[in-house]
Design a protein around this ligand. Structure first.
Ligand code: HEM
Length: 388
């Protein structure tokens, strides 16, 4: 059992690139595992569902360390307060609202492609997968687009901090977190003085249950948006392209049958599961599938393993671009299920559709290679050099 867990090594490039065969053994071998240092690992679909649906026992409050001085809102807020924020935020990211963005996202995707299509080659992370979600996000928040580079720097300070030891990484995250607060404090001050048609202005005037949000609450929401909205879509797009570079037949399916793209996006979300694990902490002593877990224990919910659990997915180790049904957990589950899933799906769908319409054939550039980001909470390709 422990041997299997020892193989889960996000510092190892071969594992990070293709973790599925190791992860797929975990649900049947050890659905709930007492690991080193008092942490528990939850791997089977049934056990993961049980944890995510029981926030009273498995809390996210204080379970996540991403450099924020205050709890991330709504991710680290437990019920009943959590509901207050989702009532405010859900309508902004509802399917109908997101569908209205399809035209602008399509135009943006095509602008990005225009910048490199005549050159016959590009490095896709820099030219496509990173700028797309950052620009969508800056538009949403109403921030100037020439801030993209600064945003990427701030976000990288949290997601990919410099340093090697846990202490160094934590200190770097806190420093980057302070910079992010300072930046958003400036935006909040500007919008308080002159409101505009954007999200920060909306947060400043919004009322939930008759109360306005405090400045700290708005900061907590913006901080999480920065982390949740930029790297996730960029990472998911990058791993989808990494897969397509290795599987020409899948690439041709997307190019020749664009109607396959919505289901393919779901299968890439399942198969690649870029947020491989999510964090919880037990509030009380509990028992999960026969394993006693004391109060205060860190619980690592391995949605990447649950997404290749054969009890939920037939032929779980086969990538089926037309898989249906596909009840994957790439966006989590329960009350904290991803707020931005509809926006993420729109960006992924439009990006893959427009890219394959305009560049149906492409390959890894000669004398170059795809590389991966290691030791990160998100699976993501570091470089995708292609020629076409
Ligand atoms: C492919 C892209 C994305 C993936 C794979 C993803 C994944 C996830 C996952 C797994 C969770 C649950 C975390 C937990 O329970 O601890 C989550 C929550 C969340 N996500 Fe996403 N996400 C993506 C895109 C986005 C985008 C574009 C936004 C934009 C706002 C966003 C905003 C959030 C927020 C605010 C939460 C917390 C919800 C709550 O606590 O109620 N995500 N996401």
């Amino acid at each position: 059992m422990s041997k299997l867990f020892a193989a889960v090594d996000w510092n190892d490039e071969a594992f990070t690139k293709a973790p599925q065969s190791v992860l797929s053994q975990l649900p049947s071998e050890c659905p709930v595992h007492a690991g080193d240092g008092g942490a528990f690992h939850v791997t089977s679909r049934a056990a993961v569902d049980a944890v995510l649906k029981d926030p009273a026992t498995f809390s996210s409050h204080g379970a996540i360390s991403l450099g924020a001085a205050d709890p991330l809102i709504p991710l680290e807020v437990d019920p009943p307060h959590h509901h207050r924020y989702r009532v405010l935020l859900d309508p902004i990211f509802a399917p109908r609202k997101v569908a209205e963005m399809e035209g602008s996202v399509t135009a943006l995707v095509n602008d990005l492609i225009d910048d490199f299509i005549d050159t016959g080659s590009t490095e896709l992370v820099q030219s496509f997968t990173e700028p797309l979600p950052s620009t969508v996000f800056l538009n949403l928040l109403g921030l100037p687009l020439d801030n993209v580079a600064e945003f990427l720097r701030l976000k990288d300070g949290i997601i990919r901090p410099p340093g090697t030891t846990d202490d160094e990484l934590a200190a770097a995250r806190v420093a980057a977190g302070m910079d992010i607060y300072t930046m958003f404090e400036g935006v909040i001050a500007q919008r308080s003085a002159s409101p505009q048609d954007d999200l920060v202005s909306h947060f400043l005037s919004a009322e939930v249950e008759g109360e306005k949000l405090t400045r700290e609450e708005i900061l907590g929401i913006c901080f999480l948006f920065l982390l949740a909205g930029l790297d996730t879509v960029a990472g998911q797009l990058s791993v989808s392209f990494a897969y397509l570079l290795e599987h020409p037949e899948a690439r041709r399916t997307l190019a020749q049958h664009p109607e396959s793209i919505p289901a393919a996006v779901e299968e890439f979300l399942r198969w690649e599961t870029i947020v491989s694990g999510i964090a919880r902490k037990t509030v009380v002593d509990t028992d999960l599938f026969g394993v006693a877990i004391p109060a205060g224990s860190p619980v690592h919910v391995m949605i990447g393993a649950a997404n290749v659990d054969e009890t939920e997915f037939s032929d779980a180790m086969t990538v089926d671009l037309y898989r249906n049904p596909n009840r994957h957990l790439a966006f989590g589950g329960g009350i904290h299920r991803c707020l931005g899933s509809h926006l993420a799906r729109l960006e992924l769908r439009v990006a893959l559709r427009e890219f394959h319409r305009r560049i149906p054939e492409y390959r890894v550039a000669d004398n170059d290679a795809v590389s991966w980001i290691l030791n990160s909470p998100l699976r993501s390709a570091a470089r995708l050099p292609i020629s076409f």
